[in-house]
Structure formats: C-alpha cells, structure tokens
Design a binder for this molecule. Sequence first.
Ligand SMILES: Nc1ncnc2c1ncn2[C@@H]1O[C@H](COP(=O)(O)OP(=O)(O)O)[C@@H](O)[C@H]1O
Ligand SMILES: [Mg+2]
Length: 349
Amino acid sequence: MKRNRERFFGFSIIGFLLFFLTIGLTSTCSIFVYYLVGKSTNNNVWIVGISVLVTIIIGAVICAGLDIIRRKHMIEKPVKMILNATQKIASGDFSVKLTPLHEYSKYTEYDLIFENINIMTKELSKNEMLKNDFVSNVSHEIKTPLSIIQNYAKILQDKELTKNKKQEYLNGLITQTKKLADLISNILKLNKLENQQTVPEVEQFDLAELLRVTTLNYENLLEKKHLELECDIDEVSIVSSASLLEIVLNNLISNAIKFTDAGGKIAISLKQTKTHAIINITDTGCGISQEVGEHIFDKFYQGDTSRSTEGNGLGLALVKKVIDLIGGEISVKSKVGVGSTFTLKLNKG
Ligand SMILES: Nc1ncnc2c1ncn2[C@@H]1O[C@H](COP(=O)(O)OP(=O)(O)O)[C@@H](O)[C@H]1O
Ligand SMILES: [Mg+2]
C-alpha cells in the first residue's frame, strides 16, 4: 500500500510537470500564431478565431504525442515483457525471471506483477523438481525389490533345489513383495495427507490403551531381538484421531526396534500436562548424527544405510504430516552410539 502511495505521488509530480510543459508550449505557440495572424490582418475576430483553433490543434498534438510516449514506456513495454514471460511459462519453461523496471520504492503495478510472476515460476520449478525427485525415488524403491523377486523366481525354477533352499527363496519373495506393498501403501497415505484428502475422524479415546495395544503388536519382534521393554504409561484420554495416531506410534516403535541392536532397551512412556499428552519413545540404538537428523523427516531419506534394506524412508515423513494435521509437535534427542528419544506432544482436546 505504502509503495502504491509513493508511486502515485511520484507519478503525479511527473504528471504536473508534463501538464505545465504542455500549457507552456501551447501558450507560446498561441502567442506566436496571434502575432503572425495579427501582422497579416486587422480583423480581430479572425485573429482570435485562428489563434484559438491553432492553439487547440497544437495542444491536442502535444498531448497525443506525450500520451504515445507515456504508453510506450509505461504500458506497452511491461505488457510485452509479461506476454513473453507467460508464453514461456505456458510452454513449460519455468526459468523465467523478470527484473522490475523501477526501484523498490517506486514500484508500479507492473513491477508487482513481475514480482508475482517470479514467485510463481520459483514455486512451479520447485514443484517440478519435487515431482521429478519423487518419481525417481519411487522408481528406484520399486526397481530394487522387483529385480530381487525376478532373481528368486528364476532360481526357484531349478527343480534340483533342496527343500531348505526353496523355503529360503520363498521367504525372500514374501519379504520383497511385502516391501513393495508397504511402499505403495505409504505412498498412498502420504499422497492423501498431502492433498488434504484425509479428514481426521476426531473422537475422545483412551490414548494409554492405544499405546499399549500398538506396543503389544511388537512383542514377538522384541523377543526375537532380545530387546528389553520398559513401559511407564499413565491413563490419558484425548480428543484426536486414533487411526492416524496409530500410524505415528507404529512408525516410531518399529524404528526404535529396527535401529537398536540385539540386547538393547526400548522405553515407552505416556504422561500428561493440563493441555497436552506427552509420549516418549526411547531406544539404546545407533543414534542419529546432527547431519542425519536434519533430514529424517524428508521423504525417502534413510540415514543408516546398513539397515536401508528394511523400510523406504517414508515412515517419519508420514509421521510429520500426520502430526501437522492433527495438531501437535514431534522432537528428537539423540546421541550417536547411545540412543534416541522421540517425543510427541499432542493436544488433549
Ligand atoms: N530410532 C531411531 N534410531 C536411529 N535412527 C533413526 C531412528 N528413527 C529414525 N531414524 C533415522 O531416520 C531415517 C528415516 O526414518 P524413516 O522415515 O522411518 O525411514 P526408514 O525406517 O524406512 O529408514 C532412518 O533411515 C534412520 O536413519
Ligand atoms: Mg521407519
């Protein structure tokens, strides 16, 4: 607004100058004509009539000339630039950048349109890059299990394979198909969340019960890895989406188990304040370095390459999207080689 006022003020100074210039030029011509006509005739009506007529014509010509120059400079030039830019954008070239014609304090509406076009192209190229990254990540994630499946299927055609070997390859097939199914299910969930197609079904529910049931699902896995489990769960009931929170808890608990070596410990706690429910999921796993920590919520990011065969780097991206949607915060404290604590702070109602 301020910019517009300044611009308007600037414009009116130029306007006034042009106005007085026109008046000055026209008056000079008028006096000159009056003088010339007065020399050749004594008829006052003629002198005044011709002078007025010539004055009007000269005034109109000067005004039209000035208007043409003004239009060329102030309207046609930026309109042409906008036209060229929008034509390039329409044909898919998002590298377009328009330089405003005036300095910031003297911005016209055209300069503001230029800036908006620059913001638009920046957003479009960012989206294009994200889309390309997404497609190449998905293709990569699909290609790996698919080629393993193809390989195992070929080996399984061998009739001389022992029963044990056969079972081993069949297990491999099952693992890889599950990985593909998980990947597709995660992509669909993420897509739904990103396109705001997921409307959280909010209800009052027992968060302690949900946390206990979700943890129990990992009982076998915990036993298999000889992981100690410590639970300190207070009775807390909240108004939120139980099904979306289940996705969050599943991802955090499965990560804690996945990134902790056999013999380690997982601690899960639920506490409450007046307004929030606080869940802590702590493990004595490999920990997260600061560099890795900056990316763990990015799609397809996997920090620990030694365990990258499990999962697809979408878990924490999903968790973050869900938390943003249902209202809350997620934070991580971690030390490499010591372990990590993921803390969820959820609005109670
Ligand atoms: N509890 C944890 N301990 C150590 N690293 C973790 C933990 N949870 C997540 N990470 C790091 O964050 C990355 C992203 O996690 P996630 O999105 O769940 O992907 P994924 O489990 O498929 O690797 C992991 O690859 C890992 O590097
Ligand atoms: Mg994960």
